[in-house]
Every structure is written in structure tokens, then in C-alpha cells.
Design a protein around this ligand. Structure first.
Ligand code: UDP
Length: 320
């Protein structure tokens, strides 16, 4: 059955990949984005597509849409630590007010609502790996609190709309996802290291590089989101790749895959970017495996290879 799907954050990294996949499966997509961190470059190939439409709009303001909508996929967010340190109030607003508007729209349209939540709801976790049943260890007044608490609020609001307004809801918690169409300047470890390596600049490992992350390629995440959309699962579901590594190991991998021209350096950031930085992060994906029959397919070497190639071409285009 073909669905009419609205994606907030539809010009963003993950939103645009979702749009591609959903259109490819015969659905209609209405993408909404204020282009704060998204970019028209991510959706320009969809211009003129008969089942795709784009509206530039800030979802913290009332969302007016005449179309019938079957599913609201709420991805609008400022998910990069560097962005939310720079723009703490817009981060809180999109997580809180934006989610309120998107839920209100879903309720009005009788649509299913899907919230893009995050592993940051677990904060600097004291349980490892993190199952959905873990309530987290978040510092509400630290620099990351603006993002973490906005997403925790968004989850609470989503469940309240489910319980009190009977909105059919889904919540997925995204763990460090990467791939083409990330922003080169989003300050995250994947883009920083790739951009540095391709420019022949030093790869900046913060502190001793012993913190861990688990990296998921975007096509695997998109697959998990679509499986969840077609499921009946209301409780939160972790979506991520369980292959955990230290940031130092990740730097070595980027170094190797880019031809090893850059040196790897250790940097101690003087701003607040590593304050409350989770020491470890690894999703427990037992539920996603069981409920969705989902398993990440793309290895880090393969996914990073494709991502590096994307940035190689992007930088060549920008230089031309
Ligand atoms: N990091 C790093 N060098 C960089 C950027 C990030 O060592 O140039 C570290 C950061 O301190 C964190 C990890 O890499 O421990 C992942 O950071 P990212 O900003 O990608 O997102 P997070 O997983 O913290 O949300």
C-alpha cells in the first residue's frame, strides 16, 4: 500500500535518505525543513519528482498542511554536539515545541507518528551496552542537557499523546549513524576525521581517544526505521550497530581507508565539547532483532568507504 509520509528534517542527512527509500517503494513524501542544518543539496535530485514535495518551514511554528498524511516521521533536530553547544535554545525548542507541533499535526490527520530519538537519552551510561529498559544518566544542567533533555521530553510527550490522545506512535533511539550527506562541518567525529584526512590535516582525537562509540551506516538505520513503521511496536526501540570501538581505533580506520596521509594527534578541547561526553556507548539491539527481524548489514570499512568517496567528490566539486 502506498503511504503519504511527512518527514520533518526532510532535507537533513537521515531524512533525505528516508525520502529516497520511501519514494523508491512507491510512497509520497512531503519534506519539511527550515534548512538550519539540512541542505537543499540533499534533495535536489528529487526536484520535479511527482510524489515528492518540499516545504521550507520551521517546525517549532504551527505546521499547516492541507494534504492527507498517513505517517509523520519527526526527524527535525540539531543532533550534533557542536551544533547544540552553539545553539542551545533552538535545540531545546525543536525537541520540545517542534515535537509538540509534529504530534499535533499527526493527531489532526489521524496519522501514525514516529519520533527520532537518540542514544543521548542514556546520557553517560552506567549500564553497558544500553538496553531500552535503562533510564539513563543525564546531567540536565550540563552542556549536553539541552539536547538530551529535549529528546527525553520528546519521548515523554510522544507517550502522552499515545496514552491520552490515542495517537499511534513509534519511538526509535538512533546510535551514532553516518554516511553520505552528513555535513562536513557538523563537528562530529566521522565528518571531522574524514574531512581532516582528505585535506591532509591532522586527525584530532580528543583526550586519550579511549571513549567508545558504535557506528551504524545510514542504509541500515533507514531499513530499521521502515521496519518499525510497519510494526505495531509502541515502546522505544534502539537502532544502531553493535560493533563498538574506541575513538582511537576509529581514527586508525579512517586513516587507513583514506590512504594514511594525515597524522593522528591528541587534542584537549578547551571549550565544553567533551564535558559529560559519554565514556562508552553501544546499543543493545536484542529488541530490534526480535521485533523487527533487523540486523545491520554494512561493515564499517564498506560504509566508511562510501562516505569517504562522497566527501572526496563533494570537496572536488566545491574546489572546482
Ligand atoms: N571526537 C574526537 N575528535 C573529534 C570529534 C569528536 O575525538 O574531532 C570524539 C568525541 O569527544 C566523542 C566521540 O568522538 O567522544 C563522538 O563524538 P561525536 O561528536 O561524533 O558524537 P557523540 O557520539 O558524542 O554524540
Amino acid at each position: 500500500m502506498s503511504l503519504r509520509i511527512l518527514i520533518t528534517g526532510g532535507a537533513g542527512f537521515i531524512g533525505s535518505h528516508l525520502a529516497d527509500r520511501l519514494l523508491g517503494e512507491g510512497n509520497s513524501v512531503l519534506a519539511i525543513d527550515n534548512l538550519a542544518t539540512g541542505h537543499v543539496r540533499n534533495i535536489e535530485h528529487l526536484a520535479g519528482h511527482e510524489r515528492f514535495r518540499f516545504i521550507k518551514h520551521d517546525v517549532t511554528e504551527f505546521i499547516y498542511v492541507e494534504d492527507k498524511i498517513d505517517v509523520v516521521l519527526h526527524l527535525a533536530s540539531l543532533p550534533s554536539p557542536v551544533d547544540y553547544l552553539r545553539k542551545p535554545i533552538p535545540t531545546l525548542k525543536v525537541g520540545a515545541l517542534g515535537t509538540h507541533k509534529a504530534l499535533g499535526l499527526a493527531r489532526d490527520k489521524g496519522a501514525r507518528f514516529m519520533l527520532a530519538s537518540t542514544s543521548e537519552v542514556y546520557g553517560d551510561p552506567l549500564v553497558h551496552p544500553q538496553p531500552e529498559t535503562y533510564w539513563g544518566n543525564v546531567n540536565p544542567v550540563g552542556p549536553r542537557g539541552v539536547y538530551d533533555e529535549s529528546k527525553r521530553f520528546a519521548e515523554a510527550l510522544t507517550m502522552a499523546y499515545h496514552r491520552y490522545h490515542a495517537v499511534d506512535t513509534r519511538i526509535f533511539r538512533i546510535f551514532n549513524t553516518y554516511g553520505p550527506r552528513m555535513r562536513a562541518d557538523d563537528g562530529r567525529v566521522v565528518t571531522n576525521f574524514i574531512a581532516q584526512a582528505l585535506r591532509g590535516e591532522p586527525i584530532t582525537v580528543y583526550d586519550d581517544g579511549q571513549r567508545t562509540r558504535s557506528f551504524c551506516y545510514v542504509s541500515d538505520l533507514v531499513d530499521g526505521i521502515i521496519r518499525l513503521m510497519h510494526s505495531t511496536e509502541v515502546d522505544p526501540v534502539n537502532l544502531g550497530n553493535a560493533a563498538e570501538m574506541t575513538i582511537m581505533e576509529f581514527a586508525d580506520t579512517v586513516h587507513r581507508l583514506t590512504g594514511g596521509r594525515s597524522e593522528i594527534t591528541h587534542v584537549v578541547p578547551t571549550d565544553e565539547r567533551t564535558k559529560d561526553d559519554p565514556q562508552v556507548r553501544q546499543p543493545d539491539i536484542t529488541r530490534a532483532r526480535k521485533i523487527l527481524g533487523w540486523e545491520p548489514q554494512v561493515s564499517l570499512d564498506e560504509g566508511l568507504g562510501r562516505t569517504i568517496e562522497y566527501f572526496r567528490q563533494l570537496f572536488a566539486r566545491e574546489a572546482a
